[in-house]
Design a binder for this molecule. Structure first.
Ligand code: NAD
Ligand code: UDX
Length: 483
């Protein structure tokens, strides 16, 4: 029986291994992690991450050919194929701080593999890493163990949160990069054999190692660039009276462009886009490609501009002050169908409003109170570094209350900011909400999910990203403030 071990039981390691176990009943899959609480949760009824369809897959395989364990060394030493799916956050200090990814977790995993291995291994990069990481890993492994052959493969993951199980069951493609040597190609074939259990042959792409590593960064950069492009257009739409949904629809009908990923928003979030573009920018800079670096950096600048613009719009619309006013925040996760808040635009928007002394009442169906409070009191980039998990700005959260539903959040509020596109927000009783709010009552829709016409008929003053402005808002242009 082939034995797979995955180091890192996070958003990628957990769901990916669960699907491999589901589709390959003859493969023994063990997911290991240094976090005892995460592994305990994976072994319980309350999984550590919320992902539609995940519970069912885990329940079907756990205890049969899918196991979760903290005995990292034992399972690594016994495995034939080792996936490494540890976090690779942006560095907060030292060389490349603010751009380069922190590879400490990766390196310690590689050194541990070298220490405990007694048989040949295929080591698979599942984490998103800089180009040429495979070379560094290869060196660490071969310099630290003798008589063992390692083959390093790059097999980046393209799943999106909220649709992870669907993406894994039916991927657009699986990408495998390996050395172009007979042993390298044998390892590529071994991994291909795993995916071939359910992925059609023509969707499994094989490349050299560096192309696979770079393709992951490129794919995320292209996706994020689309959002920054449509968000840049949304600002122009508001200035001209065009409607960004109509523009996106018209542009997306061009089959060369396509309709997906053209929704204007308050900004993209998530643990990947910003981190991976910064990583790309750093690689370009290290290779002397200044103009290329600047090009990609602009994607992040437009995203920051969009979040800042939203806050300015809220404050300027509400008579240039939100001081002491209750504002309801509907949605805190970075997108619907996940409880993940990493780099969610809600953090920046809430901080902006708190900076203007607003009182926030926050509701999200999947994010816990302590998570929101931690997010609002941590320094940028610190959230993914276990060593810096001490909140640094607890004062801000004194103006925040976390509540159990949208009606409670909006009661007596002056304004509502919709920051995540949860389906339940589309069917709220807005008449009831209006009746319980201070007047004039404002709605700022950062996800374009409300029926603007209907809400204006009820009496709301409505701002919806990139849509023709409410007559009220036309007279209150959003001032551009320095960050
Ligand atoms: P995560 O933080 O959810 O999980 C990483 C896990 O690795 C943590 O549980 C941590 O405790 C564990 N870990 C760290 N060092 C370890 C070690 N030495 N030994 C054992 N366990 C260790 O991260 P994630 O979201 O799953 O992302 C993992 C990687 O996959 C990142 O490189 C990320 O960029 C990439 N990725 C993420 C997504 C996504 O949607 N989240 C999608 C594609 C790729
Ligand atoms: C992304 C990539 O899509 C995935 O392939 C990669 O493996 C990991 O990074 P993820 O961050 O989980 O996945 O979610 P995604 O659906 O890409 O959304 C990212 C952010 O962009 C969210 O905040 C989302 O709300 C925003 N978004 C997405 C928009 O603002 N507009 C869109 O049209 C699409």
């Amino acid at each position: 029986m082939v034995k797979i071990c995955c180091i890192g039981a996070g958003y990628v390691g957990g769901p990916t291994m669960a699907v491999i176990a589901l589709k390959c009943p003859k493969i023994l899959v063990t997911v290991v992690d240094i976090s005892i609480s995460r592994i305990t949760a994976w072994n319980s009824d309350q999984l550590p991450i919320y992902e539609p369809g995940l519970d069912e897959v885990v329940k079907q395989c756990r205890g049969k050919n899918l196991f979760f364990s903290t005995d990292v060394e034992k399972h690594v030493s016994e495995a034939d194929i080792i996936f490494v799916s540890v976090n690779t956050p942006t560095k907060t200090r030292g060389l490349g701080a603010g751009k380069a990814p922190e590879l400490t977790y990766w390196e310690s995993a590689a050194r541990m593999i070298a220490n405990v291995s007694t048989s040949n291994k295929i080591v698979v990069e599942k984490s998103t890493v800089p180009v040429k990481t495979a070379e560094a890993v290869e060196r660490i492994l071969t310099f630290n163990s003798s008589n063992i052959s390692y083959q390093i493969l790059s097999n980046p993951e393209f799943l999106a949160e909220g649709t992870a199980i669907q993406d894994l069951l039916n991927p657009d493609r699986v990408l495998i990069g390996g050395r172009e040597t007979p042993d390298g190609q044998k390892a590529v074939q071994a991994l291909k054999d795993v995916y071939s259990h359910w992925v059609p042959e023509d969707r499994i792409i094989t490349t050299n190692l560096w192309s696979a590593e770079l393709s992951k960064l490129a794919a995320n950069a292209f996706l994020a660039q689309r959002i920054s492009s449509v968000n840049a257009m949304s600002a122009l739409c508001e200035a001209t009276g065009a409607n960004v949904s109509q523009v996106s629809n018209a542009v997306g009908k061009d089959t060369r462009i396509g309709p997906k990923f053209l929704n204007a928003s308050v900004g993209f979030g998530g643990s990947c886009f910003q981190k991976d573009i910064l990583n790309l920018v750093y690689i370009c800079e290290c290779n002397g490609l200044t103009e290329v670096a600047k090009y990609w950096e602009q994607v992040i600048k437009v995203n920051d501009y969009q979040k800042n613009r939203f806050v300015n719009r809220v404050v300027s619309s509400m008579f240039n002050t939100v001081s002491g006013k209750k504002i309801a925040i509907l949605g805190f996760a970075f997108k619907k169908d996940t409880g993940d808040t990493r780099e969610t635009p809600a953090i920046d928007v809430c901080r902006g409003l708190l900076g203007d002394k607003a009182w926030l009442s926050i509701y999200d169906p999947q994010v816990a109170e302590d998570q929101i409070k931690k997010d609002l009191s941590m320094n940028k980039f610190d959230w993914d570094h276990p060593v810096h998990l001490q909140p640094s700005n607890t004062a801000a959260v004194n103006q925040v209350s976390i509540v159990g539903d949208a009606y409670e959040a909006t009661k007596d509020a002056h304004g509502i900011c919709i920051l995540t596109e949860w389906d339940e927000f589309k069917t709220l009783d807005f008449q009831k909400i209006f009746d319980n709010m201070k007047k004039p009552a404002f709605v700022f829709d950062g996800r374009n999910i409300v029926n603007v016409k209907k809400l204006r008929e009820i009496g709301f003053i409505v701002y919806s990203i990139g849509k023709p402005l409410d007559p009220w808002l036309k007279d209150t242009p959003a001032v551009t403030r320095d960050k």
